[in-house]
Structures are given as C-alpha cells and as structure tokens.
Design a protein around this ligand. Structure first.
Ligand SMILES: [Zn+2]
Length: 259
C-alpha cells in the first residue's frame, strides 16, 4: 500500500435531532436523547473529501415545510450557519472545491446537502440509491425525494463493497449495511494518527456496542447487528477508534481537528 496522504480532518457541526433511547436501540429506555448531526471534511492531495452532507438548507428555514411531520417528531434544530456549505466556508474551504463526497446513506439528515456539490464525484454503496428512490412504506418518511432528484445527473459511483477510495489507505469505505441497504462507514487515516472510523448510522449511540442491538428503524435488524459487531471487532482488535456520529458524548470527546 502506498503511503497515507490525507493530512487533515475537520469535524463540522450540523443539526440536532431528539429521539427516545428505545427508538435508537431495541431494549433502550424512555429517556430522550439529543443527537448531533455532524459532517466531516478531509484534506487529501487528490482533492477535498466530504463525508455526509447533513440536512437540506430548506430545513434551516422551514423544517416542517420541507420535511413535513417528521420535523416535529425529531424536534430538529438547525440554523442557516449550520448548513454544510456555510460550515465549509466558516472552516476556510470553498464548497466548489469539494472533489469527492462519501455518502454514508441517504436518510434526510445525511443527504440534504447533496445538491450543493454538482461538480463532485459521489461514492455510495450499491443498493442505497435504488432504495432511497423507492423505499418501503415503513421507511418512506426517512428519505426526501427532493434531496435526491436534483442529483440524478451527478457523478455517482456505486461500490459493491469495501473500497480503498484514493488507493493509498487514507480512506477505506466500508460496507456496514442494516440501517439501510447500502449503509456504510468510513475509515480515515490521517498521516501520523490512529485510524478513525466514522460510523454513519451503522449505530446511533455508544451503548449499542455493549448490547449489539439494532434500532427500531433499521431496514434489516439482523444485518444491522452484524455490522455493529464488525465495528466492535475493529475497535477491540485494531488500533482504530470509532466515532459514533450521532452520539453526543463522542461529539464532545473527539477532537474536531486532526492534522
Ligand atoms: Zn442519521
């Protein structure tokens, strides 16, 4: 493997949503949990890489108007300065310089900003696009067709499984399905640092590592449990650290700048 070339990772804040623990983890309790919705930008000589795109800019203006009833259900809090392009600018990047977008999955809190990057190449696991355009009724509210329609002519690359995206070990996109058919995680190696796995929504809260329980909303719960177990094995058997993206404690604990 060639030498790792990624040199910097920045974690950017986004919306906050609120859900009951029992919805996030089978067997969970009644307490309500605030979930951060971050995005990440990675500097690489081959171009700037963005992991996930957060909520649609329209959600910052009129959440119920754009999302419908699920906006109240999730108690979403989102301000215009937290939209992913505004965050990129606030961190010194030009949104038009994003060359690659890695998409964990296409739920509304991850795919809302896709259309902001018309010149980028989008990496996604096979099965996700098809499902997002035509989900089963039980999952329909989690996908917003208007997040996707403007991107139909974009440069989408569907991957069949784990892939070394830039061919130097900096970014390994991992197939961790279950939450959705094409859910994925991203292992990031920044030169001189331990690998870090960004989980997407493979799991939502850290206690799932102990219980291996999936969430109520997962597409395939057995598959979701296997994917959580896979990340747990990586955590326990390798030097990698795991950042559970929606976990508030992880957001508070992990450095938001690695370089
Ligand atoms: Zn999510």
């Amino acid at each position: 493997m060639a030498q790792v070339e990624a040199s910097r990772l920045v974690a950017m804040p986004g919306a906050t949503v609120t859900m009951r623990e029992s919805e996030l983890m089978v067997g969970g309790g009644d307490r309500m949990i605030d979930l951060p919705v971050p995005t990440f930008v990675i500097e690489h000589p081959k171009g700037l890489v963005l992991f996930d795109t957060g909520c649609n800019p329209a959600v910052a203006v009129d959440a119920k108007g754009y999302w419908g009833g699920i906006a109240d259900y999730l108690q979403v809090k989102f301000a215009p300065e937290l939209v992913v392009d505004a965050q990129l600018k606030a961190h010194g990047y030009r949104p038009e310089d994003i060359r690659y977008v890695v998409v964990s999955h296409l739920h509304l809190d991850h795919a809302g900003g896709l259309a902001l990057f018309p010149k980028a190449r989008f990496f996604i696991m096979k099965g996700e696009l098809n499902y997002a355009y035509w989900p089963e009724k039980r999952h329909r509210s989690a996908f917003k067709i208007n997040d996707l329609l403007p991107t139909r002519r974009f440069d989408w690359v569907e991957l069949p499984g784990d892939t070394d995206l830039l061919e130097d070990g900096s970014l390994i996109m991992m197939r961790t399905p279950g939450h959705t058919p094409g859910e994925s995680s991203l292992m990031v190696r920044i030169r001189g640092h331990q690998p870090l796995v960004l989980t997407g929504d493979t799991l939502h809260i850290r206690p799932q590592f102990n219980t291996l329980q999936p969430s109520e909303m997962d597409y395939d719960r057995a598959e979701a449990s296997e994917s959580i177990a896979r990340l747990k094995r990586i955590r326990d058997l390798s030097e990698a650290r795991i950042w559970v993206m929606h976990d508030a404690e992880d957001w508070a604990t992990y450095p938001h700048l690695i370089e």
